[in-house]
Design a protein around this ligand. Structure first.
Ligand code: NAP
Length: 290
């Protein structure tokens, strides 16, 4: 038996359709659309592509986009003033400061200036604290998207052994918290974990977010496990028989015959992040509107 493929593109398009419906209802009730402000400092090409993708996605579901750009030599004071202005702007439901910032600006400090109710990336200390305490709040987009994929795949989380490989603030830690909230027994593994293979092999739900191409091998996977591959790694050229040079942290060809369900790369977790950002923006607008 081989694994069921968890189709992130399909689930993301379902989320976007739900958001579009929710946005239309919001406009009906409040006479204005939810708004997402993005801030891009400098001219990093990859960041510009990400921000452009987020603005385009907003337009497609009826969210008003506010696209703010500052030059790469913008001062701390300029960026602080912009964030404060957006915090006070009632048309802006959510604020996203694209990271990384140029070296002279502190991404953690700047992110934390975003008002809690507008923190649609869920990355401020306040949002992380609310998540850790099990209080309602805006959740980081990629881990929230993974929960949605797990639910779509029918994964049983309560009581399951879940292993998250990677402990970043962006993904691994909030992912573990969300799994804990769903009553999984959670292990967070990282670069100092002893015998990672044995730890991974215990997992009913195995989530890899490392950034090392195809590190998780087929023999690491418990037969029938649900495998979520968060990694995005670009190889010099596509692997044999593939069109894309993007690969995940899981060796898909080895995992596929063993796992019960698995996300592909590309087309798995990746599409969920922007979809969840849109969902968070609508949620933020609804909370602010009471
Ligand atoms: P990160 O901040 O670099 O964290 C990587 C984690 O992997 C760290 O906790 C590190 O452990 C751990 N690690 C590194 N080498 C390891 C090894 N040999 N064995 C076990 N653990 C190891 O990365 P991130 O931001 O979480 O992202 C991880 C991957 O997910 C990247 O490929 C990124 O592109 C992708 N990603 C995708 C999306 C999306 O699909 N939208 C969103 C976010 C991230 P230590 O803490 O001990 O160093």
């Amino acid at each position: 038996m081989s694994a069921t493929i968890i189709d992130g593109k399909q689930v993301a398009s379902e989320v976007r359709a739900e958001v579009a419906t929710g946005v239309a209802a919001f406009v009906e009730r409040h006479g204005r659309a939810p708004g997402l402000a993005t801030i891009l400092v400098g001219d990093d090409a990859a960041s510009a592509v990400y921000v452009g993708g987020k603005q385009k996605a907003c337009a497609e579901v009826g969210i008003q986009g506010f696209d703010h750009r500052l030059p790469g030599d913008a001062t701390r004071e300029q960026l602080v003033a912009l964030i404060e202005q957006l915090n006070a702007d009632e048309r802006v439901s959510g604020i996203l400061c694209q990271l990384p910032l140029p070296g002279h600006l502190d991404g953690v400090e700047m992110t934390n200036l975003i008002a809690a109710e507008k923190d649609v990336d869920g990355l401020t200390v306040g949002s992380a604290g609310r998540l850790a305490l099990g209080l309602p709040g805006l959740r980081p987009c990629t881990p929230a998207g993974v929960i949605r994929l797990l639910d779509h795949a029918g994964a049983q989380l309560s009581g399951a052994e879940a292993v998250v490989i990677g402990r970043s603030n962006l993904f691994g830690k909030p992912m573990a918290q969300l799994l804990l909230q769903r009553n999984a027994t959670v292990t967070i593994a990282h670069s100092r974990t002893r015998d990672l293979e044995a730890v991974a092999a215990r997992a009913d739900v195995l989530i890899a977010a490392v950034g090392r191409a195809e590190m998780v091998r087929g023999r690491w996977i418990k037969p029938g496990a649900t495998v979520i591959d968060v990694g995005i790694n670009r190889l010099a050229e596509p692997p044999a028989g593939r069109r894309s040079s993007l690969v995940g942290d899981v060796c898909f060809d080895e995992a596929f015959p063993v796992a019960g369900a698995i996300t592909p790369v590309p087309g798995g977790v990746g599409p969920m992040t922007i979809a969840q950002l849109l969902a968070n923006t609508l949620q933020a607008a609804e909370l602010q509107a009471g």
